[in-house]
Design a protein around this ligand. Structure first.
Ligand SMILES: [Zn+2]
Ligand SMILES: [Zn+2]
Length: 365
């Protein structure tokens, strides 16, 4: 099959022919319909996160089940699915407690190793192993994933665009609903208005936040946030964002979401909080990045800093609900898609993401 292969940060990603083995026990093969280009692909490509290579990129995707491995009973050929890049093992203590986004097998074997549950890959090239990315590898014509990572959705949803639910939307909406548990009437700031940040904005609207302040360095992206539920927008290229937020909400903010994950934006999110406020780190920095805060101020104001991995989602429960919310008109997905392109445009799409211009580019194999 054709697939977008990453070899090293010094080398452009390229479309190559990759061999794909049949699905093993408990796995399924998916014909990819759409795959979103996410910042976590960019982090990998520019060497921010060490990872075994070569690998097939992509971790946000959707498609049709075309082949079942032995023992798979919860899916059938022809099912439409969104891929969850955390495929829950179902047996570790976090999965048993309903916190699948913390699955120990995913965190210790699948994600860092670039492999599936059994520690091996289904991908190869000229007899040499090619790794999976985040258990997914969706920038390709087909993907093999654990059955628990192929989330069945309704057949009438447009299949390419719902790929976004698999990462950006699950992460952003999940950060609001699951990680932070934003209450109705709360005040919310969202720093960064890309695919994840705009999903946080929409989640805050659905949660009934009274004030949703969107911050971005690009005015046009903050303006998109205003169409998705932001009550106020701040152009951080020309204003001090912390002061601008204080002008709007003098007592400080209940929930500040850092959807960028730079040291500066994490520190800004903490500085924006009021009494009892929580800063939620949703965007991801490079390995080893450090941010600072003043412990006395945090303690006296009973503030919290929350880490958020994959929106703390329960994939099999939350993903179909988010697809329903899209079909009901409560979640805007089409407006998040900047462009649809072929796999051969992956390198160009990653370059553009680096500039901060696009919202979400969908690759259509
Ligand atoms: Zn992602
Ligand atoms: Zn688990």
């Amino acid at each position: 099959m054709r697939a977008v292969v990453f070899t090293s940060p010094d080398q452009p990603v390229e479309v190559l022919d990759v061999d794909i083995a049949p699905p093993g026990p408990g796995e399924v093969k998916i014909k990819i319909a759409g795959a979103g280009v996410c910042h976590s692909d960019l982090h990998l490509q520019r060497g921010d996160w060490p990872h075994p290579a070569p690998l097939v990129m992509g971790h946000e995707g959707s498609g049709v089940v075309v082949e079942l491995g032995a023992g798979v009973t919860n899916l059938a050929e022809g099912d439409h699915v969104v891929i969850s890049w955390v495929a829950p093992c179902g047996t570790c203590r976090h999965c048993l407690a309903g916190r699948e986004a913390r699955c120990e097998l995913a965190a210790s074997v699948v994600l860092p190793g670039g492999v599936l549950f059994d520690g091996t890959s289904r991908l190869s090239r000229n007899g040499q192993t090619v790794h999976h990315y985040l258990g997914t590898s969706s920038f390709a014509e087909y993907a093999i994933v654990p059955a628990s990572g192929a989330i069945k959705i309704r057949q009438d949803a447009p299949l390419d665009v719902v790929a976004l639910v698999g990462c950006a939307v699950a992460t952003g909406v999940g950060a609001v609903m699951n990680t932070a548990k934003v209450e109705a009437g709360s005040t919310v700031v969202v720093i960064g208005c890309g695919g994840v940040g705009l999903s946080v904005v929409q989640g805050a609207r659905l949660a009934g936040a009274s004030r949703v302040i969107a911050v971005d360095l690009r005015r046009e992206k903050a303006d998109v946030a205003a169409t998705m539920g932001a009550t106020d927008v701040i152009d951080a290229s020309s204003t001090n964002a912390i002061e601008a937020v204080r002008d709007l909400v003098p007592d400080g903010i209940d929930y500040a979401f850092d959807a960028i994950g730079h040291t500066a934006t994490t520190e800004q999110a903490i500085a924006m909080l009021g009494l009892g406020g929580a800063a939620v780190i949703v965007g991801l920095p490079a390995t080893g990045a450090r941010a600072s805060f003043e412990p006395l101020a945090l303690a006296e104001a009973e503030q919290r800093i929350l880490g958020c991995n994959y929106g703390s989602v329960r994939p099999a429960i939350d993903i179909p609900i988010m697809v329903d919310q899209y079909m009901a008109g409560d979640l805007m997905l089409d407006e998040l898609v900047s462009d649809r392109r072929g796999l051969e445009d992956a390198a160009r799409s990653l370059d553009e993401l680096r500039t901060g211009a696009p919202l979400r580019t969908l690759l259509i194999p």
